[in-house]
Design a binder for this molecule. Structure first.
Ligand SMILES: Cc1cc2nc3c(=O)[nH]c(=O)nc-3n(C[C@H](O)[C@H](O)[C@H](O)COP(=O)(O)OP(=O)(O)OC[C@H]3O[C@@H](n4cnc5c(N)ncnc54)[C@H](O)[C@@H]3O)c2cc1C
Length: 458
């Protein structure tokens, strides 16, 4: 045979593992390399452990809500090592399942770093060997971006380390205003830490619908987080056991943890892409076509390293589509439109489709339906958290363009709303669906009145 393998996958995360398994099951000789732990970001230090911590954090609100429902709650306490270690046990179990599924599918796994030598050759860094393959798939994901050059940077952590903290912090300074920042602020706050969010922008959650962003601003503060906008860090230094952070306003803040959640970079450093002639964009992401092929014929890339939609289901779909295209001879481009996403903050967000601003840019006429209410669940408890629901509709065809919700169970609701948006249903079809009472979700099909157009007198 001309090559050692038909396919060599670099990175055993969500996308790489799926591509490797499907290609191998289709008869290809496949190898995969992983430099950290099989399972990748989502399983090891992303979605999965994060969601467990979110579940853990929710208990404090339940305890606060319980007396209104007649419960007498005695003294409660939280033990971080129990939660941390239980999460890690589950992560290890899941990583084991990924490893055995690769083996069952006949994929050879190298648990070490791999780098590209040329269009058909990969170097294994630990063992030093070179392996050839007809095709190489880059599935190396992303890694947290850090503000290089910040004095005292080494005192801060990223989401990677947050899962493994030896001790639960009393005070946390979360730097960033995106979904990971909000989720970790929610986790630490819910588990009992005093949290402060520091964001250089003037609004949270760039890229989300503006009404959601405004709603989250109110709720994040109502929930008890301190929110400091239009401010950056200028210095970190040790202050005994604590960290002293100096802000761009000159204020100094003492804290136990500084968590950087200011974005992620495609993980391509030192991978040998220049050597192989693989083109990247300004952000460092591998440039690919609709079949995930790079400018080098034998090299493909999927998932976060392509910086299209950095979410697990997308990486999995990309990986599956790549394997179907090449090894099952079924050309499958991935449709990256109408991808639903969530923010597991307080309240959680679920969103799919166009924001109002994007819809107004791309459509002649846009109708907006919006409701903002205190859900039934919060009435007896006195919880003041409010729910926002918003529909963005094409004013001409009546088709639903976007559904945006911030409120309890929003991500669960939006998974189903995404079916309607993807299918191109109209608001009329949506409204002809009978309400399910009493739920918060029923409000979605009961929004009759358009919100007045911006600038109108109504
Ligand atoms: C804190 C956090 C929370 C998140 N929450 C969600 C969520 O709720 N929902 C959601 O859909 N997405 C979430 N994501 C995003 C999600 O984790 C990613 O979109 C997804 O993991 C991307 O999959 P991937 O296969 O592209 O890369 P990854 O899963 O990142 O896998 C890449 C793998 O490649 C390995 N690797 C890198 N370079 C090399 C090399 N040279 N040699 C060998 N191995 C290498 C890495 O170690 C890694 O294991 C979250 C991410 C983070 C950080």
């Amino acid at each position: 045979m001309k090559y050692d393998y038909d396919l060599f996958v670099i990175g055993a995360g969500s996308g790489g593992v799926r591509a490797a398994r499907i290609a191998s099951q289709a008869g290809a000789r496949v190898a995969i390399a992983e430099e950290y732990r099989i399972g990748g970001t989502c399983v090891i230090r992303g979605c999965v452990p994060k969601k467990f911590l979110v579940y853990g954090a929710e208990f404090s609100q339940m305890v606060a809500d319980a007396p209104g429902y007649g419960w007498t709650v005695g003294p409660v306490s939280f033990d971080w090592p129990t939660l941390r270690d239980n999460v890690q046990k589950e992560v290890t179990r899941l990583s084991g399942i990924y490893t055995s599924n690769l083996a069952k599918a006949g994929v050879t796994a190298f648990e070490e770093r791999a780098e590209i030598v040329d269009a058909h050759t990969v170097k294994l860094k630990k063992s030093g060997g070179e392996v050839s393959a007809e095709r190489i798939l880059i599935a190396t994901g992303g890694s947290p971006y850090l503000p290089e050059g910040l004095p005292g940077l080494e005192l801060g952590i990223t989401s990677n380390e947050a899962f493994l903290l030896p001790k639960f912090p009393e005070r946390v300074l979360v730097v960033g205003g995106g979904y990971v920042a909000l989720e970790f602020a929610n986790i630490f706050h819910g588990l009992g830490a005093k949290t402060r969010i520091l964001h250089r922008g003037d609004k949270l959650l760039r890229g989300f619908d503006d009404d959601l962003r405004a709603h989250m601003h109110i709720e994040v503060e109502r929930g008890g987080n301190q929110l400091t906008l239009k401010t950056t860090l200028t210095k970190l230094e040790k202050a005994g056991e604590a960290i002293r952070a100096t802000l761009s306003t000159g204020e100094t803040v003492e804290t136990d943890v500084v968590l950087f959640a200011i974005g992620r970079d495609p993980h391509t450093g030192g991978l040998g892409l220049e050597r192989a002639g693989v083109k990247r964009d300004d952000a460092g992401a591998v440039i690919v076509d609709e079949y995930s092929q790079s400018c080098v014929e034998s090299i493909y890339a999927i998932g976060d390293v392509t910086n299209r939609f950095n979410l697990t289901p997308v990486a999995i779909r990309d990986g599956h589509a790549f394997a179907d295209t090449i090894y099952n001879k079924r050309p499958t481009p991935v449709d990256h439109r109408s991808v639903p996403s969530a923010v597991f903050g307080r309240p959680p967000i679920g969103t799919v489709g166009l924001s109002e601003a994007d819809a107004r840019r791309s459509h002649e006429a846009v109708d907006i339906y919006r409701t903002n209410f205190r859900p039934m669940r919060n009435m007896l408890s006195g919880n003041q958290e409010r729910t926002l629901m918003k529909l963005v509709v094409d004013g001409k065809s009546g088709k639903l363009l976007g559904v945006h919700i911030a409120g309890e169970d929003a991500p669960e609701m939006v998974q189903l709303a995404a079916v309607a948006v993807k299918a191109g249903l109209t608001k009329q079809q949506w409204d002809s669906t009978m309400a399910l009472h009493p739920t918060a979700a029923e409000e979605l099909v009961l929004m009759r009145e358009k919100v007045a157009a911006p600038g109108s007198a109504a």
